[in-house]
Ligand binder design. Structure first.
Ligand SMILES: Cc1ncc(COP(=O)(O)O)c(C=O)c1O
Length: 362
């Protein structure tokens, strides 16, 4: 049976060679590959600084510490996102204040103002599935109320908001390089980007045992550094990102063409350059459809079945369960279809044929 995976990382001869060269270089941690990758990532996100760390989660924890996030602070965030979006703030003792999504599955900017309290310090919009959050009204409310904005770009490398790259617009932003992401380092990895010299410097220090020079530790830090082999792989991926995102968009266009009127398709705003980290359809018969597809070798995913406001990890933190009707409705109906930068259109056609067959039979 033909197997179609949900996602697949980009690995070619160039990646293999870059990894071998890094092995032979004799440098392993925070060497020239990391320095160059950071320089290229800063350029890519149109920022002064990029600082690599061992994951998005690690990088954002260090960013929160560097920006002074403290116990009792509140951060406005969608509930409909990966749990790690809120994990770093929890480690700082801050409280996530959950806001519902709009029809793009990103935070609804119209609901943010009402969620602000005297304890609110920032907003963390997530560019979910590769579609940018509506940043202009988010940044406007943040300016008015003196809040920071950290863009969660873990799923949106290369996406654009009104022509500007995501990651370039908020106070700071962060990317993940986990293997399924649009840009990967073939393992865990992440970075923050910012224009703030002091914040970048502090994150650099914290990731490396709190030091700026070898034997002087200015604060107690961590070992959340990055390595040469993965940086070398990531640099090749970054050079191919545009072309891989174009492959995702071509697959998405085919899904749209074939599945229009069959299932509910993802919304794309006219100002959005979507990079389709996920292609998420909706149907009330989601679980039966997923079962039907996996029996035909087609892997699907649910991103995410349990919204964060219902996660046991934060039951003790939430005073009352927030009312998030669009989130509650979405989590029971969403289904992520196979998509990656090198998926063939005949693979997409096979997935569509099977979905159409399921809908006809049911
Ligand atoms: C939206 C979002 N935010 C944050 C993360 C965390 O990234 P990482 O696994 O690199 O810590 C992920 C990936 O799981 C994600 O999809």
């Amino acid at each position: 049976m033909r197997r179609i995976p949900l996602s697949k990382p980009f690995i070619n001869g160039e990646v293999r060679q870059a990894v071998l060269d890094a092995l032979d270089s004799g440098r392993f941690i925070l060497g020239p590959q990391c320095i160059e990758f950071e320089r290229e990532l800063a350029g890519f996100a149109r920022r002064k600084h990029a600082v690599l760390s061992s994951s998005w989660t690690a990088a954002v924890y260090l960013l929160h510490l560097a920006m002074g996030l403290r116990a009792g602070d509140e951060v406005i965030v969608p509930s409909h996102t990966a749990f790690p979006s809120i994990e770093p703030m929890l480690h700082c003792g801050a409280r996530p204040v959950f806001v519902d999504i709009d029809d793009t599955y990103c935070i609804d900017p119209d609901l943010i103002e009402a969620a602000i309290t005297p304890r609110t310090v920032g907003i963390l919009p997530v560019h979910l599935y590769g579609h940018p959050a509506d940043l202009d009204p988010i940044v406007a409310v943040a300016r008015r109320r003196r809040l920071w904005v950290i863009e969660d770009c873990a799923q949106a490398h290369g996406a654009r908001y009104k022509g500007r790259p995501v990651g370039s617009i908020g106070t700071a932003a962060a990317f993940s390089f986990y293997p399924s992401k649009n840009l990967t380092v073939l393992g865990d990895g992440g970075c923050i980007v910012t224009d703030d010299d002091a914040v970048a410097e502090r994150v650099r220090m914290l990731r490396d045992h709190g030091r700026r020079s070898k034997y002087t530790h200015e604060v107690a830090g961590f070992n959340l550094r990055f390595n040469e082999i993965q940086a070398a792989a990531g640099r090749v991926g970054l050079r191919h990102l545009e072309q891989l995102n174009a492959g995702r968009r071509a697959a998405a266009a085919r899904y749209r063409e074939r599945l229009s009127g069959v299932v509910e398709l993802p919304v794309q705003r006219e100002w959005a350059t979507h990079v389709y980290h996920m292609f998420v359809i909706r149907t009330p018969r989601r679980d039966a459809l997923a079962k039907f597809l996996i029996e035909r070798g087609i892997e699907t995913g649910i991103h995410y079945p349990v919204p964060n406001h219902r996660q046991p990890a934060i039951a003790a933190i939430l005073r009352n369960l927030p009312a998030l009707p669009r989130t509650e409705q979405a989590v029971g109906e969403i289904l992520s279809l196979p998509i990656h930068g090198q998926i063939a259109l005949d693979e997409v056609d096979h997935v569509c044929d099977c979905i159409i067959e399921f809908i006809r039979r049911n």
